[in-house]
Design a protein around this ligand. Structure first.
Ligand code: SAM
Length: 288
C-alpha cells in the first residue's frame, strides 16, 4: 500500500493542520517565501507560503468576495482601489467585477507569487490579467504607502500573517500611511487573522488602525481553510455612517454582481460580532 503524503500548516504554535497532498504540483524557494502547491481532494489546489495556507481553489471565493465587496459596495464612489499583497489575484478578480472601479493598483512584494498564480490559478484570476484597469507594482507595500503620491478610495490589505515580509503590514506606522493615502470617506480593510487563535495580533491590529482612523472595528467571514473559527477583516475609516449603509442601496449596487458568499444581508450581518471578538475589539479600543 502506498503511503499517503500530508503537508502541514504550522502557523500556530502547538497546532498542526494537515492536508493530504494527492500530488505536489510545485515546490520552490523564492526571494521572499518557501512556496508549495499541492492538490487535495477536498480543497483542490492549495497554495502554502512559509507553511501557511494562502489560498485554495475550493474556498477562495469566500474570503475574496467579502474582502472586496463589503467596502466597495459601502463606498459612494470607489473609483481608485489599491491592493497590498494579494499575489494570487483572487481578490483582484472580485474588485474588477465592479464597473464603478476605474483603476486597480496591486503592490506585491514577491513577483514569483504573481507569475505562479497567473499560471496555476487561471480558473479564478485569468480575467484580471486581461483587464486594462489592472496595474501591478512590485514593491514592499509598506514602502509604497509611505512614499506614493497617489490617493485611493478603498485600500485592501491582503497580506500574509505578521511574520516574515508580512510583518511590515501590521505596524502602527503602516496604518498611518494607509490613512494618508486614502481620500476623505475612504475605507481600508485588512486581513486581521483568526481572533480565537491569534488574539494578540488581532488586538494589536485593531488598536493600530484605531490610532490612525476615527472608526476601527472588524467584520467576520468563515473560511474553511483558515482554521480556528471566524477570520476577522479589519475595517478602518473616518466615516462612521459607512458601517450602516442602507440595505436597499447595497441591493441596488450589488445588482448583477455574481457572488456565492456575499449577499447584502451577509454584508450587514458580518459586522455583528460574537461576544469574544467584540470583547477583543473593546480591549483594542481601551488601549488606544
Ligand atoms: N489570503 C491570504 C491569507 O491570508 O492567507 C493572503 C494571500 S496573498 C498570497 C498574500 C501576499 O502578500 C503574498 O503574495 C505575499 O508575497 C504578499 N506580501 C507579504 N508581505 C508583503 C509586503 N510587505 N508587501 C507587499 N506584499 C506582501
Amino acid at each position: 500500500m502506498t503511503q499517503k503524503h500530508y503537508v502541514s500548516e504550522t502557523l500556530i504554535d502547538g497546532i498542526r493542520v494537515s492536508f493530504e497532498a494527492e500530488r505536489t504540483l510545485h515546490e520552490d524557494v523564492t526571494s521572499h517565501h518557501r512556496m508549495e502547491l499541492i492538490e487535495n481532494r477536498v480543497f483542490g489546489k492549495v497554495l502554502l507560503l512559509d507553511g501557511a495556507v494562502q489560498v485554495t481553489s475550493a474556498d477562495e471565493f469566500m474570503y475574496h468576495e467579502m474582502m472586496a465587496h463589503v467596502p466597495i459596495l459601502a463606498h459612494d464612489d470607489p473609483r481608485d482601489v489599491l491592493i497590498v499583497g494579494g499575489g494570487d489575484c483572487g481578490l483582484a478578480e472580485e474588485v474588477l467585477k465592479h464597473r464603478r472601479v476605474r483603476s486597480l493598483t496591486q503592490v506585491e512584494i514577491d513577483p514569483n507569487v504573481l507569475d505562479f498564480s497567473h499560471k496555476h490559478f487561471g480558473e479564478f484570476n485569468a480575467s484580471v490579467f486581461r483587464d486594462e484597469r489592472f496595474q501591478v507594482e512590485i514593491a514592499d507595500g509598506a514602502a509604497f504607502v509611505r512614499e506614493t503620491m497617489a490617493r485611493f478610495d478603498v485600500i485592501l490589505v491582503d497580506s500574509t500573517d505578521p511574520v516574515g515580509p508580512g510583518a511590515a503590514l501590521f505596524t502602527p506606522a503602516f496604518y498611518r500611511d494607509l490613512h494618508r493615502c486614502l481620500r476623505p470617506d475612504g475605507i481600508a480593510v485588512t486581513q486581521s487573522g483568526v481572533p480565537f487563535l491569534q488574539k494578540e495580533d488581532f488586538v494589536a491590529s485593531i488598536r493600530g488602525l484605531g490610532a490612525a482612523f476615527d472608526v476601527a472595528t472588524c467584520y467576520i467571514v468563515a473560511v474553511p481553510t483558515y482554521f480556528g473559527g471566524h477570520l476577522a477583516l479589519g475595517w478602518a475609516s473616518d466615516t462612521a455612517s459607512l458601517l450602516e449603509v442602507d440595505p436597499d442601496i447595497l441591493r441596488e449596487r450589488a445588482a448583477g454582481l455574481a457572488t456565492r458568499y456575499y449577499t447584502p444581508a451577509i454584508h450587514r450581518a458580518s459586522f455583528v460580532l460574537p461576544g469574544y471578538i467584540a470583547e477583543a475589539v473593546e480591549q483594542a479600543d481601551r488601549g488606544r
